[in-house]
Each structure stands twice: as structure tokens, then as C-alpha cells.
Write a protein that binds this ligand. Structure first.
Ligand SMILES: Cc1ncc(COP(=O)(O)O)c(C=O)c1O
Length: 379
């Protein structure tokens, strides 16, 4: 297989000759904080728990102490810690999504999604035999009238949504919009799969949909976009205490989604010792610094983002097609993603590209990528 910036191991340094990898939207690395915190958590875990007791057995829904820590972690977004019986630990948001979609939507079922959304949902839809239907968006994400029409005409079983710093559009749903969307979902009996993965970096966000409609919302809070993509720890809060057993274990009859015990232990230690918060804080600072570089380098360009967002949604300048612009960026030294990558349920992709600020290893690498994009934009 040819090595590209997408599949190159993340341990490889960015080569000055290769385009800067900006198609993904990983959080920036913060080794000055992360290494210290992660090593300390791992050491404490090995010193205080008998590995045979936790590595030698299945995690099932998560050990009670890890589910309790998860419930605490969720208070970064929820106003009160949920009952740990409603919390499941998994190794990824992706795995949680496949379990939920299999049961709640199923083969031949309809899943509503934002017209532009996380591309992996398209792959899951294919694999699981789900039909995706797109809901129109504006600057606040899902448009209530469009969602209502979709509910009436296509009868979706669930809605997958990213209300906070939507991927790829960066849209942020305000409180009133959140209330409207949850009211419609309730009215039509549509389950909400809320992916709040980008919500740990920005301060002062509106409450999750799960706060407004906890009885129909499956709330997912993964750590991949705030602590580290390789931590492999994600939490889901289900509407009822009976859901974890029904949907995950033993209900699903599968174990592929279970978190590895060591990862659960490290995540729990990071939560208890505030290491998680210190890493998130450092990631937030680095993200803000990188966003300043974006503002300076692309001053005057038409794009949306926000200071704690990991990606930028840039309008392709007039006179160029999106493929031409993407190719020009690449020629000048930056890999960026065209809008149609995110178009999963038909329609027309806007003339935009998305790029991430976090995968470039250093600020100097990021600057090289931004200069390439600016060169393509302003030429
Ligand atoms: C919106 C969204 N959700 C989930 C994920 C993946 O999270 P995880 O690694 O926990 O499956 C991504 C990663 O790109 C994402 O963009």
C-alpha cells in the first residue's frame, strides 16, 4: 500500500518535502503535559491494581469504578453526574455508534444525519444496511423545519447529530435551536445519537441535547478529540438504566466494542487526579494558538471556525473548482479535504474544503501548511 499523509504512522515526523497532513482533525499534541500525566497515571495504576484482576477478565460495561469515574467525567458537560448504571465504557465513539445503530436503526432502517457530516457514518450505513437521510443545516446546524419534514416523510428511527462544532461545518447549535430539535425528536419518537466529541475544548457551551431530552438521547463523549486519539476511551450515557445490558452486554452478544482494561484504568486515574483536565487545558491552549495562526495567515479569506475548534471550513475562492483548489493546496504543500467527502445522503456539496490544525506536528509545520493554503487562496 502506498504511504500517504493519511495512513502514515503518526510517530513519523512531518517531512519538509511532504505536504502537511491537514485532512484529519486530530487535537494537537501537547507532550509537555501529556507525557507526564499519562506516565504517572500508568505507574499509579500498575502500583495499585493487580493486573491479573483487571487484565485477566472482560470489562463488560466497564468496571464499577471506571463507570463511576466516567459519570464524573461527564459532568464536564452534564449538569449532574448520571447514574453510573447508565454509563458504558467503550474503546471508541465509532464502536458505540455501531452498537447503537445496529439496535436502534437496523438493516433497512432510516438514520437522519446532517447533510454534511462525519464521513465514517456513510461507511457504517453501508455495512449495517441503514438508509441515511440528510437534514438541511444553517449556521446553527440542523434546521428545525427540515428535520420535521424528514420525520414526517422518511420516518427515521434515530438522528445522528453533532450539535457542538459540527464536523465539517463548525456550526454551533444555540440553546433555542437545541430545544426545537429535541421537541421534534420527541414528537416523532426519534432517538437522538448525540456525538459531543468536540465539546471539551470550548468554554461556555449550551447544554447538550441529552440535558433537554434525556429520555430519548444517547449521549456520547469520546476522548479522541480532547485528550488523545490513541487513548481509546469513550463514554456513552443511555436514557435508561436497563439500556446498557440490553444494548451492549449481554444484549449485543459481542465484545468488540469493549474498552481495553488498561485504557479504562488510565482514563479513570486521569479523571481522579485531574490529569485529564490538565491535558484538556493544554490542548485547548495549543488549539487557540494554532487558530490565531489561521486568523493571521488567512486574514481576509472566507471561512468559519472558532478559537477552540480543531478544523476550519474554508470557502473556495471564485474562479476555481474544489478539486482544482485541493490539488493546488497539495502542490503548494498542504493536504486538505473537499466538502463532498462529508456529503453522505445526496444533495450538492458546497464549494468548500475542510482542514484540521492539529495533525501538523509542530507550529512550524502548521505554518507551512497554512502558507500553502493561503498561496492557493489568494493567488
Ligand atoms: C465526529 C467524530 N466522531 C467520532 C470520531 C472518532 O472517535 P473515536 O476514535 O472515539 O471513534 C471522530 C474522528 O474523526 C469524529 O470526527
Amino acid at each position: 500500500m502506498k504511504t500517504t499523509t493519511e495512513n502514515r504512522p503518526d510517530t513519523a515526523p512531518d517531512s519538509p518535502a511532504a505536504p502537511v497532513p491537514m485532512t484529519g482533525n486530530l487535537p494537537p499534541r501537547v507532550p509537555h503535559v501529556f507525557d507526564l500525566e499519562y506516565r504517572a497515571a500508568m505507574h499509579r495504576m500498575l502500583d495499585t491494581r493487580s493486573p491479573a484482576d483487571w487484565i485477566g477478565v472482560h470489562q463488560f460495561l466497564g468496571f464499577p469504578r471506571d463507570r463511576e469515574a466516567g459519570a464524573q467525567f461527564l459532568t464536564r458537560r452534564l449538569s449532574a453526574a448520571p447514574d453510573p448504571e447508565r454509563v458504558v465504557l467503550s474503546h471508541s465513539t465509532q464502536a458505540i455508534l455501531t452498537v447503537l445503530c445496529t439496535s436502534l436503526v437496523g438493516q433497512g432502517g432510516v438514520l437522519a444525519v446532517e447533510t454534511l457530516t462525519y464521513p465514517t457514518m456513510g461507511r457504517f450505513a453501508k455495512q449495517l444496511g441503514m438508509n441515511l437521510v440528510g437534514v438541511e443545516m444553517d449556521g446553527e446546524g440542523i434546521i428545525p423545519g427540515s428535520f420535521q419534514r424528514v420525520c414526517q416523510t422518511r420516518k427515521p428511527r434515530a438522528l445522528y447529530t453533532l450539535p457542538t462544532l459540527q464536523n465539517p461545518t463548525t456550526a454551533l447549535m444555540g440553546l433555542e435551536r437545541r430545544q426545537e430539535i429535541t421537541a421534534i425528536a420527541r414528537q416523532y419518537g426519534v432517538a437522538i445519537l448525540e456525538d459531543d466529541i468536540y465539546a471539551l475544548l470550548p468554554p461556555d457551551l449550551p447544554p447538550p441535547l441529552a440535558e433537554l431530552a434525556p429520555e430519548i438521547t444517547y449521549y456520547m463523549l469520546g476522548t479522541a478529540k480532547s485528550i488523545g486519539a490513541g487513548l481509546k476511551a469513550a463514554y456513552v450515557v443511555t436514557p435508561a438504566k436497563t439500556d446498557p445490558k440490553r444494548l451492549f452486554w449481554p444484549g449485543s452478544g459481542m465484545t468488540y466494542w469493549m474498552i481495553a482494561p488498561a485504557n479504562a484504568g488510565v482514563a479513570t486515574d486521569l479523571i481522579h487526579n485531574d490529569g485529564a483536565d490538565r491535558i484538556i487545558c493544554a490542548t485547548r491552549e495549543e488549539t487557540r494558538a494554532r487558530q490565531q495562526m489561521v486568523s493571521q495567515t488567512l486574514k481576509g479569506a472566507d471561512f468559519t471556525t472558532s478559537p477552540e475548534c480543531l478544523h476550519v471550513w474554508l470557502k473556495v475562492p471564485g474562479g476555481k473548482t474544489v478539486p482544482e483548489f485541493v490539488a493546488d493546496c497539495r502542490r503548494r504543500g498542504a493536504e486538505v479535504g473537499p466538502a463532498d467527502t462529508f456529503l453522505l445522503a445526496g444533495g450538492v456539496a458546497p464549494d468548500r474544503i475542510r482542514f484540521g490544525t492539529g495533525k501538523a506536528r509542530t507550529r512550524a509545520d502548521l505554518q507551512r501548511g497554512l502558507d500553502a493554503i493561503a498561496g492557493a487562496y489568494f493567488s
